[in-house]
Write a protein that binds this ligand. Structure first.
Ligand SMILES: *Cc1c(COP(=O)(O)O)cnc(C)c1O
Length: 393
């Protein structure tokens, strides 16, 4: 008999009762160091006082009005995002995949209104993840996500990841955009080298294409810059954001330049919940903390410490780990053992990690994890690795 909750997830046998900063706690008091942060969502850990206070304050005043009226919390957050990024304008969604939907629509409408309606194709890459909507799975294109869900949305061209020659060869008169994650998340924490992102920006300029970046996972301070593309010194035309921006409250956004967005006039897009007062009040509190240059400095310091310790872990457990990769506090341990065995051993040792494709385990701790917690995390990861190594011999 089917379960009352549609059984689309393989859930770990863990039930958390409370979250405190970088810790998740079960009913019986067992504490887990959370290096998953709800898959990069709890950017400031659990129950951060500034977020709790923003949410409570808004909850006591006004939850929802719809986008038929002005929403000052939305305006305030849009202003902060515009002030701190390449963007001229922002649309709020409730999730990453809704941001993908709008990015695709905005891109196509842009070329439609620019007198080039034949330009509909968006180049995407193997290993990418853009969410589970029809546009999202069509964009990513993997068998795992698309099987049985056809007919898919047409107009996506899937290329191998980080193959610049294949990319150049694939651009033709119908190409509208190149869409990618600067650091692939679900695909196994695979960063695109800065040089190649620069080259892709240049290709877009040469051919009149839009560059659409999916920073749903790698954005909002995750790599030690507010957005990952800043490392390459380039800017996109359209960017998808979600996960960390709400700190745990469902919130996403599409950021765009005026030129890319100018065809999106009144009536062309909408969302009942998107940008509602509760979500935007929390998002604003997240932005106030994460966009601060001093905070981002600290993220880079913490990332340096974690990386250094993880390199030691890989070196001391060559039978379990192959290598370390990633950027900032978005790190992946490519495993030699089965990645799920390492994740499960982590549960036993009281540390939460997240599996990804390519036999990787992902570490996406809260951006404000302390140095002591990083030290404790490594003790627990060592313990997990020891138990995997022992089971394997
Ligand atoms: C999680 C994720 C999405 C989808 O976000 P949802 O909020 O689950 O719809 C899209 N793109 C990337 C890169 C993601 O990591």
């Amino acid at each position: 008999m089917i379960t009352t909750v549609l059984p689309t997830y393989n859930r770990a046998p863990l039930t958390f009762h409370k979250g405190e900063g970088s810790w998740l706690i079960e009913q019986d008091g067992r504490r887990f160091l959370d290096l998953g942060a709800g898959i990069g969502v709890n950017a400031l850990g659990h129950a951060h006082p500034a977020l709790v206070s923003a949410l409570k304050h808004q909850a006591e005043n006004l939850w929802h009005t719809s986008n038929l009226y002005n929403i000052p919390q939305q305006q305030a957050l849009a202003d902060k995002l515009v002030e701190n990024t390449f963007a001229d304008t922002v649309f709020f969604t409730n999730s990453g995949t809704e941001a993908c939907e709008l990015a695709v629509k905005m891109c196509r409408r842009h070329f439609h209104d620019a007198g080039a309606p034949e330009r509909t194709d968006i180049i995407t890459f193997e290993g990418s993840f853009h969410g589970r909507s029809s546009a999202g799975i069509s964009a990513a294109g993997s068998e795992k996500m698309t099987k049985g869900f056809g007919p898919l949305l047409p107009g996506f061209k899937h290329l191998p990841w980080n193959d610049m020659a294949a990319l150049e060869a694939a651009i033709d008169d119908e190409t509208a955009a190149i869409m990618l994650e600067p650091v692939q998340g679900e695909g196994g924490i695979r960063p695109l080298p800065d040089e190649n992102l620069k080259q892709i920006r240049a290709l877009c300029d040469t051919h009149g294409l839009l560059l659409i970046l999916d920073e749903v996972q790698c954005g909002m301070g995750r790599t030690g810059r507010l957005f990952a593309h800043e490392w390459a010194g380039i800017t996109p035309d359209i960017m998808m954001v979600a996960k960390g921006i709400g700190g745990g409250f469902p919130l996403g956004a599409v950021l765009a330049t005026e030129s890319a967005a100018s065809a999106m006039t009144a009536g062309t897009h909408g969302s009942t919940y998107g940008g509602n007062p509760l979500a935007c009040a929390v998002g604003s509190a997240v932005m106030d903390i994460v966009a601060d240059p001093g905070f981002l400095d600290d993220v880079r310091k913490r990332a340096g410490l974690l990386r250094q310790k993880l390199e030691g872990l890989v070196a001391s457990h060559p039978e379990v780990f192959d290598s370390l990769r990633g950027s900032g506090l978005m790190l992946g341990l490519k495993c030699r053992a089965l990645n799920m065995d390492v994740v499960n051993a982590g549960y036993g040792a009281g540390v939460i990690t997240v599996p990804a494709a390519d036999n990787v385990i992902r570490l996406l701790p809260p951006l404000n994890i302390s140095e002591d917690e990083i030290t404790e995390a490594l003790i627990r990861l060592e313990k997990a690795a020891d138990s995997v190594a022992k089971a394997g011999t």
